[in-house]
Structures are given as C-alpha cells and as structure tokens.
Design a protein. Structure first.
Length: 326
C-alpha cells in the first residue's frame, strides 16, 4: 500500500511558496527521511524526478532561439544553478553539526533537495540549447561576477558561523532567514512570470518552490524551539541576524536581478499573445508590469514572509530592517 502524500508536498494540493511559508507549521520530526521518500520522492517528484517537469510540459521553441527572453532565462537559471550548488556544499556542515537525529535527517534531505534544484536548473539550460559538454564552463563564465560579488560573501559568512564557530542554530538562522528568506520571493516571482510562457520552466519553478516551503517552515520551528529551550541564546541569534541584514545591504544583488528582468521585459512583449490577460499577482497583468515593479514586489513579499516567520519564532521583526541592523 502506497503511503499518502502530505498535502504540502502534493503537486496539485500544495500552496504557493508565499502562502505556504507564511501559513504552514512543520518540524524536523515530521519532515524526516520517511517523509522525504514518500511525500517528496513519490509525491512532488512523481513523473518529474529527472527534469523537474512532466514530459508533457514542453519548452517552447522560441526560448531556444537567441533573443532577450532566452538570455533572461539562461542568466536566471544559470545563477540559480550555481547558488543551489553552493547551498548543497554548505549543507554538508549542517548534517555533520546537527544536534539530533531529526535535524540530521531533515538537513540530509534538504541537501538532496538543493542538489536536485541545481541539476534541474542546469538541465533546463541544455533544453534551451546550451551544449552539455560546455555547460559547467558556461555557467562559471556567466556567473563569475555574480559569484564573486554576491554568493561568495554569503558563503563565507555562513561558513564562519556553522563550520568555524560550530554554531548550528546560528547557521540555521542564516540559511533560512537571511539566505532563503531573501531568495525565496524571487523564486516565487520566477514561477509566476514564466508559467504563461513555458510550461517546462513554470513546472521546474513550481517544484523547487514546494521544497522551499518545507525548508523555511522546518527551520523556523527548529529556531523557535531552540530559543524556547535556551532563552539565553536569543541575543546571539539577533546579532547574527543583524549581521546578515548588513551583509545583504552591502552586496549588489539588485543590479543582477534588474538586468535580467529588463531582458525579460524586452522579450515578454514579443510574446504578448501567449501572456494575454495573465495576472502575475492579483489585479495586475504581467504585461503591465516593469522590471522595477516586479523586483519591488519580490521585496514586499520578503517583508511579508519575514513578519510572519519572525512572529512565529517569537523574535522582534525590527532586527531584519536596515535600521535594526545598523
């Protein structure tokens, strides 16, 4: 008898990333290896394990031809593939530092999740016409500046806390609240904007978003329970979060995101017939948005998610503001 798939991991029933991250409550005891094998491997990934999308969800031919829309997607998925690869390597330290079996099993599954994300992003580039033989070299070349200026500082910051200082809870905070807390809304935007243009791209983004709900909510529970059990740790946690906010204020993530959103802006109007009246968020048509508006909405989603998750953990929201981090 096949075990039932948890609703939040079911392809048809799972909420969107923003709603799920704000409304669901999950802990490491629930999201163990058994959960991953049944609800994720046999639920979320059913018929989508190899590529991240169903065989019937195709990549349209126009995305395989040179142009701003293809360039935007290659940059977006190339950067995300590298980020997920680095996240996978970081998570090995979380597995080794986990204080108990539930945490160890959960982070072992998250490590696999992030490795899978990196793989499906890379393979989608092959679908877009990037040669398999030169794929890794092309990603390294296109993302060299992004890695040096955005990713490497974040990796170094995280390694200092979880590996060098051996602070597991601090590492959980950095990964979930700072790294994924900032990047998750951009992933939500990716799913929304590509869905009317490319079924394959939309499904890849949908599948990774379902995983991110679990990552964010379980990490929040780990931190909530840790602070409850060790209230003396809260000042240390808040200082880590302040330092993380300062770091994000310093790195030039916006210029990279805006560049590819401007390319998307150029390309989407050439395919306005496909997009039609599709709303990227309630009441707003995708065709009526600008690159800056989409970026700003992702920023707003970041704030909304932070407000809910920080309240759930019993932590002051102000620590995540630029003023609070100063």
């Amino acid at each position: 008898m096949t075990a039932p798939v948890a609703p939040e991991a079911d392809w048809e029933k799972a909420p969107g990333l923003l709603d799920g991250a704000k409304e669901l409550t999950l802990g490491p005891e629930e999201c163990d290896l058994a959960y991953w094998f049944t609800s994720v491997a046999q639920g979320t990934l059913r018929d989508r394990g190899a590529t991240g999308h169903h065989a019937d969800a195709l990549t349209p031919d126009f995305l395989k031809n040179p142009g701003p829309l293809r360039e935007a997607l290659v940059l977006e998925f190339g950067f995300r593939a590298l980020a997920e690869e680095l996240a996978t390597r970081l998570l090995g330290h979380y597995v080794s530092r986990a204080p108990g079996i539930p945490e160890m099993e959960f982070y072992a599954t998250q490590l696999i999740d992030e490795a899978r994300h990196a793989r499906v992003f890379r393979q989608h580039l092959v679908d877009l016409g990037v040669p398999q033989k030169t794929l890794l070299a092309e990603i390294d070349a296109m993302a060299r500046d992004y890695r040096a200026r955005v990713l490497d500082p974040v990796v170094d910051f995280t390694l200092d806390i979880v590996r060098d200082q051996g602070d597991f809870a601090g590492g959980v905070a950095v990964f979930a609240i700072i790294i994924e807390g900032v990047l998750a809304p951009a992933a939500e935007l990716s799913e929304r904007k590509w869905t009317p243009l490319s079924p394959a791209t939309g499904e890849i983004s949908r599948g990774t978003a379902i995983d991110e709900i679990r990552h964010l909510t379980v990490a929040s529970t780990i931190l909530r329970d840790h602070v409850r059990a060790h209230p003396e740790y809260e000042p240390r946690l808040l200082e880590i979060l302040r330092s993380g906010v300062r770091l994000w204020d310093e790195i030039p993530d916006r210029e990279f995101v805006i560049h590819r959103e401007e390319l998307f802006q150029q390309g989407m109007h050439a395919h306005a017939d496909l997009i039609g009246d599709y709303e990227v968020w309630p009441g707003v048509k995708l065709l009526d948005t600008t690159a800056e508006q989409r970026y700003d909405m992702a920023e707003q989603w970041t704030d909304e998610m932070a407000e809910v998750r920080m309240a759930y953990m019993g932590l002051p929201l102000g620590v995540l503001s630029s003023e609070g981090g100063a």
